[in-house]
Design a protein around this ligand. Structure first.
Ligand code: SF4
Length: 265
């Protein structure tokens, strides 16, 4: 079953084509899935939303906004020795909105890239700092990103926001911050409450990969042939073996039907 969402790309399209930050991530993970989605409008089935994580995001935004309004540092920024405070700007609510976000029209590809950032802080040198909130529940305290594919996508996420804000004409620090809320599950019971231990740590990004990736995305959009699947995707391997089995079963049923018809005649 196919899931139709945004209008697919039309070959040779002259109007800017919108691509979200998360679709760039999809392209990096698997060009075939990206192509099926953006060229044919066949998107992957949607996942149930992570509402607990969204609740943490919303509350963190509200909490940092209190200090933004007062023009003060959040106590965590002092605790974690972050030389920046919440940035007040007329565009902040647009930057944070999923469907508008920070936007940049990349002229060489005519792609309009956008993504909703969690927060933006500002250094004493007036450089903007991209901030990403994360919520999880791990046994060990989280003080840095791991060396994993999953966390590589967090790194790219921050780097795209840095690139987008630069695209909107802002001076942006290479150093962004993760505000990582880790749920503690070693209490005696739930009692309607989950406590978190939140750490803030820096990440020094580089947006050098963004533009070459956009050129590849454009080539992919302009291609009429389906790209190769990602070799390490378990969904495709599952779909392939399931399809092969189904085809085998259908063929054997056809043969049984033919035999039965022959014996009747
Ligand atoms: S390998 Fe297949 S299922 Fe996996 S992401 Fe790519 S096209 Fe989609």
């Amino acid at each position: 079953m196919g899931y139709q969402r945004a209008e697919p790309y039309k070959l040779g399209q002259t109007t800017p084509f919108k691509i979200s930050r998360s679709k760039i991530e999809d392209f990096i993970r698997c060009q075939r899935c990206f192509w099926l989605d953006k060229r044919l409008g066949i998107a992957k089935p949607s996942m149930p939303p992570f509402l607990i994580n969204s609740a943490v995001d919303t509350l963190l935004k509200a909490e940092f906004d209190i200090y933004r309004e007062k023009g003060e540092h959040h106590p965590w920024q002092i605790e974690f020795k972050v030389k920046a405070k919440p940035f007040a700007h007329k565009d902040l609510s647009r930057w944070r909105h999923t469907f508008t976000g920070v936007q940049y029209h990349h002229k060489p590809t005519n792609l309009l890239i956008f993504g909703g950032v969690d927060d933006v802080w500002v250094t004493p040198k007036k450089e903007l700092v991209v901030v990403d909130y994360k919520a999880t529940a791990k046994v060990n305290e989280i003080k840095d990103l791991e060396d994993s594919k999953w966390h590589d996508s967090y790194r790219r996420q921050m780097e795209i926001y840095q690139w987008l804000l630069r695209g909107e004409g802002h001076k942006v620090s290479d150093t962004g911050y993760f505000v990582y809320a880790n749920g503690i599950n070693s209490r005696k019971g739930f009692f309607n409450k989950v406590e978190f231990r939140t750490n803030i740590f820096p990440y020094k990004g580089s947006d050098k990969w963004v533009e070459p990736t956009l050129l590849k995305i454009k080539d992919c959009l302009e291609s009429s042939s389906m790209p190769k699947e990602s070799p390490d995707c378990e969904h495709c391997a599952y779909a392939k073996s399931r399809t092969e089995l189904t085809l085998k079963e259908l063929q054997s049923r056809k043969q049984t039907d033919k035999k039965q018809q022959k014996s009747v005649t």
